[in-house]
Design a protein around this ligand. Structure first.
Ligand SMILES: Cc1cc2nc3c(=O)[nH]c(=O)nc-3n(C[C@H](O)[C@H](O)[C@H](O)COP(=O)(O)OP(=O)(O)OC[C@H]3O[C@@H](n4cnc5c(N)ncnc54)[C@H](O)[C@@H]3O)c2cc1C
Length: 464
């Protein structure tokens, strides 16, 4: 793709003003990467609109002139989805970051797409409400990015992923038209559900500009348990046992000890390591009634003891809970600071977690790669970080490693799972899509893309 012509630059500058169109190589460089591995695809231009009208005008220019257009939120994605792999324009949404309305009568908030997830919840504290989806990147990722990836997070276990918490979207279609996809209602049987189609579409079908989100009252009480296991597989078995005991935790996370150690060291936080523990579960119970939670806590304790837990600690006070959560949330970033990694976002029905984990370790041994595993175990969602370590670039990008990853994904499929639970397909996982989707499925998805974006300008070369 050639760089933008003078005329194209002028048309874009007229829409946003000269300061909001970046063209110098040094200004473009940061937008060539995101949090995925070590990829680099710099754009030809970066544009920063402030309103839906500006987004619409930009999209029209790109559509008329066949310029690839990739929307970027905070760039925390883990599948390279916001990278302009075909060049063209990257549209930043950071200036569209307002909370437009908090409707306390209907438990809804209307926000712009560039709002940081955590900023919404900070604002909602005064109302005693919260927006449940809580990716570990919540301090920086945007609501628009969360919607485009259908992001989850620890509390998706009880409260659902993004798609369970979005009622309605304002979007700009690739021809520049602006529509609302649904209604601000809890029920809606009016035609095809475009809201749900666009959630998880990774910026390939339309640009999300505003969203109406569901809110809930903040639980009055939270208890956090830390369960250490000397045997990793046993920790996985304990995950399903918690649900079979009739409990519904608000979060149930699994962390391999190696990852916990790297994170706790980097954050300089104390963690109650027990000699010989291979893995830890972080289990949260929440609710409005303290008495009920303590009763569930007793059931949880009995269940874990029956399964041979090696260490069981409870954090009742906010400070300790927050420290354990910080250690969990920082595993990905701190492991990456030690070694570039490929993050596989495996997901299976949770009863099969033990098979998934032991399979991943066995495949790693056979193909000669080291993994650090952790994730949203209650959802059957295990993040497998494959470390580059001492591998050469040839090995890292070579066919053997790719085949090893394919084996992991085939294992997921054979267990009834799939290749991404929450990080999306984007750029890095698209070559593995054929492991889980057949021709008819692909053709249907391509037809949908064509109906929305006949010229293929929005986030080209992603997913397919
Ligand atoms: C440390 C760390 C922890 C993480 N933890 C989690 C986790 O617990 N759960 C989880 O699900 N993910 C997690 N992630 C992944 C990532 O944070 C999420 O996918 C997040 O939702 C991406 O948001 P973003 O604003 O950074 O989007 P970006 O990375 O900028 O973009 C992601 C995709 O969204 C599209 N997009 C962005 N804005 C719009 C818009 N307005 N309209 C249309 N398309 C748009 C982009 O084109 C791209 O396809 C984590 C990442 C990191 C680095």
């Amino acid at each position: 793709m050639p760089k933008l012509s003078q005329e194209q630059q002028e048309k874009l500058r007229e829409i946003v003003g000269k300061d909001q169109l970046l063209l110098a190589a040094s200004e473009l460089e940061p937008y060539g990467s995101d949090y995925t591995e070590d990829l680099f695809f710099p754009p030809d231009a970066v544009i920063r609109p402030a309103t839906t009208e500006e987004v619409s005008a930009i999209v029209r220019v790109c559509n008329t002139d066949n310029i690839p257009l990739t929307v970027r939120g905070a760039g925390t994605g883990l599948s390279g989805a916001c990278l302009p792999v075909e060049g063209g324009v990257v549209m930043l949404t950071e200036r569209m970051n307002r909370i437009l309305d908090v409707d306390t009568k209907n438990f809804q908030a209307t926000v712009e797409c560039g709002l940081i997830n955590q900023s919404l919840n900070d604002h909602l504290l005064d109302y005693g409400l919260f927006y449940p989806p809580d990716p570990a990147s919540k301090g920086s990722c945007f609501i628009g990015g969360n919607i485009a990836h259908n992001s989850g997070g620890p509390r998706a276990l009880k409260y659902g992923v993004t798609r369970d918490n979005v009622l309605n979207l304002e979007v700009v279609l690739p021809n520049g038209e602006v529509i609302w996809t649904g209604a601000n209602t809890l029920k809606n049987s009016t035609g095809y559900n475009l809201t749900q189609l666009l959630i998880g579409s990774e910026g390939t079908l339309a640009v999300v500009t505003k969203a109406v989100l569901k809110l809930l009252p903040i639980p009055g009480k939270r208890l956090l348990f830390l369960a250490g296991f000397s045997d990793f597989t046993n920790a996985c078995r304990a995950v399903n046992a918690v649900f079979l005991a009739g409990l519904q935790p608000s979060a149930l996370e699994l962390m391999e000890s190696q990852g916990v150690r790297i994170s706790a060291d980097a954050l300089q936080l104390n963690f109650p390591f027990k000699e010989g523990c291979e893995a830890y579960l972080l289990i949260e119970l929440d609710g409005q009634e303290s008495e009920l939670i303590w009763r569930d806590a007793e059931t949880l304790q009995n269940t874990l003891e029956e399964l041979g837990v090696d260490e069981l600690l409870i954090a009742d006070e906010a400070q300790r809970q927050s420290e354990w959560w910080r250690i969990r949330s920082a595993i990905g970033e701190t492991v990456k600071a030690k070694s570039v990694y490929k993050e596989e976002d495996t997901v299976v029905p949770r009863h099969y977690l033990p098979e998934l984990l032991s399979g991943v370790k066995e495949i790693g041994e056979r193909y000669g790669f080291e993994t650090v595993c952790y994730g949203h175990a209650g959802d059957g969602n295990l993040h497998v970080n494959i470390l580059k370590g001492q591998m050469t670039d040839e090995q890292w990008n070579g066919p053997d490693l790719e085949e090893g990853i394919r084996e992991i994904f085939r294992l997921c499929k054979s267990l009834g799972g799939t290749i991404s639970g929450e990080h999306g397909i984007g750029w890095v996982q698209k070559k593995y899509m054929n492991e889980v989707m057949g021709k008819a499925h692909f053709e249907l998805m391509k037809g949908i893309k064509l109906a929305f974006d006949p010229k293929g300008i929005l986030n080209p070369s992603k997913i397919f």
